[in-house]
Design a binder for this molecule. Structure first.
Ligand code: 4AD
Ligand code: MG
Length: 474
């Protein structure tokens, strides 16, 4: 039985058999066992007089064991049931002196270096169960709302975001690549006969699929070689990208808000034990912080707050005005002062809006076209596009989306203006030639949503094996 099932429906007085890893072994008598199915440990009472000394000496933190015994109501405090062990088998020994995960509090940095073992801690097993629950809720939401799940390619020839942050995919021998006279590499000799890279977004292909299936979504790994060593960026992250035919920007915002609320609500109900644990973890962490740095709401209160309240919606121009007239701007506290209309908003600005000014999630829309990608629909003013970003407290941008430019001539003009190779995008332009329709979509960064759901503050702690600049261990 898994420990989770056992607590749910305790087979009292029955002979049972459990397997797991030893968390602690106290007084040669009490084993705290965990099997990953739940944050709760099962207490196992050892009959030490009748247990072989050779076995007792191997019940160490980190060892894997199998226990046969009888489940009884617990006499001690802290647990409802416990198992009285009749037989213990050591499955895998663990050297107590060299096992890195000691039964004490470790720093997150230390655990990151031991990412292969950190899943055995309460914090990380909770995070990864929550990650799984969120992923399931995402599929469930789209299934219930008539979306078709599509898989877009991981190897691609296009740079959807036009940011040039791509990892190259090649089978050329980079030490002696075919070099042309002008010094560039001859990719016609490469595996695909052209230059290819790992995808930065499945959007362009998702748009294709939506132009026949109506409402689709992708959910897959995404790669960006941006050299930003922040607590919000990964070189490999997971993105959910819905794309909907016949949706305008307002429909798009409504969907994104409804979707995020649904997923968070699902997690609050599905992951009670894990969230309680992380909630207390943060309360304890806050106690050691100066007052002004403490959270006003607990983790669970923050999740419920987002689920139960409307997101603020403002245009870029409104956001710009608020920021320009804000105290930190006037007192020159921003690293990037708010100057001309049209500047890109930095994370300090986004965080001021959500954390200080509105104190709730904010959707900013109608951004200047100059700071957004080529595919976004131009507004009638000729200088803003139908883009929208959703900003979350403590995180900043969590969603980026837009209504797409469905007019062939306007799109072609934009492509030209940005010096993008039109021929590379022939298939994307075809969509605008044959039955073009208004359509919209967005991308949600899975890890950023998990950061919010778990209250963790570094994105490296919500993906099992993070890839960041100079780091691809495991
Ligand atoms: O805003 P982005 O770049 O939008 C797109 O890629 C669009 N093609 C999406 C679409 O309309 N279909 O990225 C979307 C989201 C961001 O809001 C952020 O949450 C996440 O992806 N993201 C990252 N997460 C972790 N590490 C990174 N390096 C990220 N870059 C973007
Ligand atoms: Mg973005």
């Amino acid at each position: 039985m898994t420990i989770k099932d056992l607590f749910k429906n305790p087979p009292l007085s029955k002979k049972i058999n459990v397997k797991g890893w030893v968390k602690t072994f106290r007084a040669n008598r009490f084993i705290s066992l965990n099997d990953g199915s739940t944050i709760q440990n099962l207490q196992c009472v050892v009959d030490y007089e009748n247990t072989d000394q050779a076995i007792l000496s191997k019940i160490n933190t980190g060892a894997s064991i199998e226990i046969f015994g009888i489940l009884v109501a617990s006499q001690g405090k802290g647990q409802s049931v416990e198992i009285q062990a009749e037989k213990i088998i050591i499955l895998g020994e663990s050297d107590p002196d060299s096992y890195p995960i000691q039964p004490k509090k470790h720093s997150l940095e230390f655990l990151r270096e031991n990412a292969h073992l950190r899943v055995r801690t309460n914090t990380f097993s909770s995070i990864f169960r929550i990650r799984s629950s969120i992923s399931f809720a995402i599929h469930k939401y789209f299934k219930e709302n008539g979306f078709v799940y599509v898989n877009t390619p991981i190897i691609t020839g296009s740079d959807a975001e036009g940011a040039g942050e791509m990892f190259k995919v090649t089978t050329l021998n980079i030490n002696k690549a075919e070099v042309e006279d002008n010094g560039s590499i001859d990719y016609s000799k490469d595996f695909f006969g052209k230059e290819t890279n790992l995808t930065v977004s499945g959007q362009l292909e998702a748009e294709n699929m939506a132009m026949g299936l109506g409402k689709v979504y992708t959910f897959g790994p995404t790669f960006r070689a941006e050299n930003s060593n922040t607590s919000r960026h990964l070189a490999e992250f997971w993105m959910i990208e819905p794309e909907m035919a016949f949706y305008d920007l307002i429909d798009n915002m409504n969907l994104a808000e409804d979707f995020i609320k649904y997923v968070l609500k699902y997690v609050v109900e599905d992951c009670k034990d894990d969230l309680d644990f992380l909630n207390n973890r943060l309360i304890n962490e806050d106690k050691n912080k100066p007052k002004q740095e403490r959270h006003e709401l607990t983790l669970i209160e923050r999740l419920n707050f987002v689920v139960n309240n409307d997101f603020v919606r403002i245009t870029y121009t409104e956001a710009y005005e608020i920021l320009k007239n804000s105290k930190p701007n006037k007192k020159k506290k921003f690293k990037f002062p708010i100057s001309e209309w049209g500047i890109d908003l930095q994370s300090e600005h986004e965080r001021f809006l959500v954390e200080k000014h509105f104190k709730k999630p904010v959707i900013i829309y109608d951004y200047p076209s100059k700071i957004k990608a080529f595919y976004m629909r131009m507004n009638d003013d000729g200088k803003t596009v139908k883009a929208m970003d959703i900003l979350f407290p403590g995180i900043g941008e969590i969603v980026g989306g837009s209504q797409r430019e469905e007019r062939l001539d306007v799109l072609k003009a934009r492509i030209k203006e940005l010096n993008i190779d039109e021929e590379e995008l022939w298939w994307y332009l075809d969509l605008r030639k044959f039955g073009t329709v208004e359509h919209s979509g967005f991308g949600l960064g899975l890890e950023r949503l998990i950061l919010f759901a778990t209250g963790m503050s570094n994105i490296r702690d919500v993906i099992p094996f993070p890839r960041t600049p100079k780091n691809a261990e495991f």
